[in-house]
Write a protein that binds this ligand. Structure first.
Ligand code: DGL
Length: 270
């Protein structure tokens, strides 16, 4: 077994959204340790320029590499669309990077050929056109209909959901004519699983809603298995680093990890 198999998995997002992915990773890979980085000082990523997100992502990757992560998961669609290609180049010899977009695209190509597929995500993700391009390249005659929903991530980050106002914001976005004929909906932001029930009730339980958490966790498992990097020795430990402290992040991390979590403030730049 490789000596690095006992090293942690690095996971990062702008805030609490990536916790949906980290949670799925813990279920699928219960023996793995994780270091989670929430860039709370710079959220939301969805409204930032590509260059800004690339700079944050490189810096976070450096921090996770210094902590010895054996693989890094970009648990954020905005960062995956803005910085994945750059990060892949950047870490080429040091580690492997997994993004949240490719596993979802693969899943959609395999399961929904010929369908009209809806997508909601941040402005950064939707404007990047990455999903549309990758789905087109898969040549499965899928028609992708995307709508940017920029209010949702900050709303969720504030713990503001399951109430009348969140219902109305969600309904307003999902009523967009662009989504009128979709047969399945991709939640292209890792924050959105936290409002999946509200989205489901907007569609009265009749829409297939896809979130990337489990799909990405399974892609990670496959990679670790293939590379002989599964941790079989050490007891897992999870660490949470944040570039700024917020009570809502701590509450969300406790909700997902049901344990005394170690939360450490780690600015991106000193
Ligand atoms: N959770 C992230 C995503 O998947 C980022 C949301 C944000 O910070 O705008 O896009």
């Amino acid at each position: 077994m490789s000596s690095i198999s006992g090293q942690p998995i690095g996971v990062f997002d702008s805030g609490i959204g990536g916790l949906t992915v980290a949670h799925a990773i813990r279920s699928v890979l219960p023996h793995e340790s994780m270091i989670y980085f929430g860039d709370l000082a710079h959220l939301p990523y969805g409204d930032k320029s590509e260059a800004a997100i690339q700079a944050y992502s490189i810096r976070i990757t450096d921090i996770l590499l210094k902590k010895g992560c054996k693989v890094i998961v970009i648990a954020c669609n905005s960062a995956s669309s803005a910085a994945y290609e750059l990060l892949k180049e950047y870490v080429r010899k040091d580690t492997h990077i997994i993004n949240v977009i490719d596993p979802m695209v693969e899943f959609v190509l395999e399961n929904f050929p010929g369908k009209e597929v809806g997508l909601i995500g941040t402005k950064r993700t939707v404007q990047s056109d990455v999903y549309a391009r990758k789905i087109r390249e898969g040549k499965k005659n899928i028609r992708l209909r995307s709508v940017a929903t920029p209010l949702l991530a900050p709303m969720i980050e504030e713990g503001f959901f399951n109430n009348q106002i969140s219902h109305e914001i969600i309904a307003q976005y999902l009523s967009d004519a662009v989504l009128a004929k979709i047969e399945v909906l991709i939640l292209a932001c890792t924050h959105y699983p936290l409002i999946k029930k509200e989205i489901d009730s907007f569609y009265q339980g009749k829409m297939r809603i896809l979130d990337s958490a489990e799909i990405v966790a399974n892609a990670l498992k496959k990679y670790l298995e293939e590379e002989g990097l599964l941790n079989r020795q050490t007891t897992p430990q999870h660490h949470f680093l944040v570039s700024d402290y917020t009570a809502s992040f701590e509450a969300a991390a406790r909700m997902f990890f049901h344990e005394t979590i170690q939360l450490e403030r780690h600015p991106l730049w000193n």
